[in-house]
Design a protein around this ligand. Structure first.
Ligand SMILES: Cc1cc2nc3c(=O)[nH]c(=O)nc-3n(C[C@H](O)[C@H](O)[C@H](O)COP(=O)(O)OP(=O)(O)OC[C@H]3O[C@@H](n4cnc5c(N)ncnc54)[C@H](O)[C@@H]3O)c2cc1C
Length: 297
């Protein structure tokens, strides 16, 4: 019998695997031990609805139970990071904080804004995560991914058309990011540390870290078919006086109007009702479309 590089678990509580801490059960939950295990699992479960989970910091679990037609594949053990010829190579499950601290240890600049984003490399590449005017695509040089439809491992270096604001070709086509190479430009350790510190301080003062959340609910606004970016969203929610609005255990944060927080036992449905409430009121009263950033599973 084949020596499997992944482990299959049944009836797994997903609460620790999503940062909103929504309670839900996955009938099938797979944990690959390395990149080959991830590819094997994707191949073995190709006939099912496979859902990749990195650190679960941008998802809303809309169902209380995911029966066996769904297969959750968690990448948290695939977390290797190393340096090779002026590039940093990171596996999909490596945490962004570890990537930023690894870059610091090699005196590489440009990764500072990633340190406080709580996702993994795979999730961040799929979502084109970013902060403070920077996005991860600025640093990416090559991505190795698995294409489940064609059953192939592929590499992409021509990245011009791949990334969008908080989205990517990998997210739209449901491709599994396996490994990413990043540019490594040298700088001064003290300046790198200072930038990380400043980003972290600013974010902690603005974000409701005392509650579970999945980060920002909207990635931007569409007005007359034109997209604008997320800065305006908080102003819109403030104008609509929706801060503090609660449905079940979910609440629009008082501290950061673009965050939904879990104040108790929020369900996915509570969170999605708040998302729709904001969208409906913004459309009706201000004529703008708010674009949801969460991945709804
Ligand atoms: C407190 C807080 C602050 C945040 N701040 C920011 C911020 O400043 N900027 C920002 O952009 N985001 C922010 N986020 C959201 C989130 O951390 C990022 O989007 C992050 O990159 C998601 O990574 P993840 O590993 O948690 O992805 P998950 O939430 O696990 O998954 C997100 C999506 O990516 C897919 N995915 C996961 N792994 C892979 C893979 N290997 N290959 C292909 N697809 C994959 C999933 O299937 C899902 O569709 C914040 C979240 C929280 C809770």
């Amino acid at each position: 019998m084949k020596n499997r590089l992944y482990q299959k678990f049944n009836k797994v509580d997903l609460t620790p695997y999503n940062s909103m801490r929504i309670e839900s059960i996955a009938d099938i939950f797979i944990v690959p031990i390395n990149q080959d295990g991830l590819i094997d699992a994707m191949r073995d479960f190709a006939q099912k609805k496979t859902i990749l989970i990195g650190n679960g910091t941008n998802i809303i679990l809309s169902q209380q139970r995911y029966r066996s037609e769904y297969v959750f594949i968690c990448t948290n053990l695939i977390n290797n990071i190393y340096c090779c010829e002026n590039q940093i190579i990171a596996s999909c499950g490596a945490k962004l904080s570890e990537l930023a601290n690894f870059a610091l240890s090699k005196s590489c600049i440009g990764f500072e804004f990633l340190e406080d984003i709580p996702g993994t490399v795979g999730g961040a590449v799929a979502m084109n995560a970013g902060a403070d005017g920077h996005s991860i695509n600025e640093l990416v040089r090559q991505v190795t991914y698995f294409d489940i439809v064609n059953n192939e491992v592929k590499q992409i270096v021509d990245l011009d058309q791949i990334f969008d604001h908080r989205s990517s070709f990998f997210k739209k086509k449901r491709l599994a990011v396996i490994e990413t190479s990043f540019e490594c430009k040298k700088g001064k350790d003290k300046n790198i540390m200072k930038k990380i510190f400043d980003y972290k301080k600013k974010r902690f003062s603005r974000q409701p870290r005392e509650f579970p959340s999945s980060g920002c609910m909207f990635r931007g606004v569409k007005v007359n078919g034109q997209k604008t970016q997320s800065r305006q969203v908080s102003e819109i929610i403030k104008t609509l006086k929706l801060q503090g609005e609660k449905i079940g255990g979910a609440m629009i944060s008082e501290k950061h109007p673009n965050f939904i927080v879990n104040t108790g036992r929020a369900t996915g449905s509570d969170c999605l009702k708040l998302v729709r409430l904001c969208q409906n009121r913004a459309k009706k009263e201000l004529g703008v479309n708010l674009l949801c950033e969460y991945v709804i599973i």
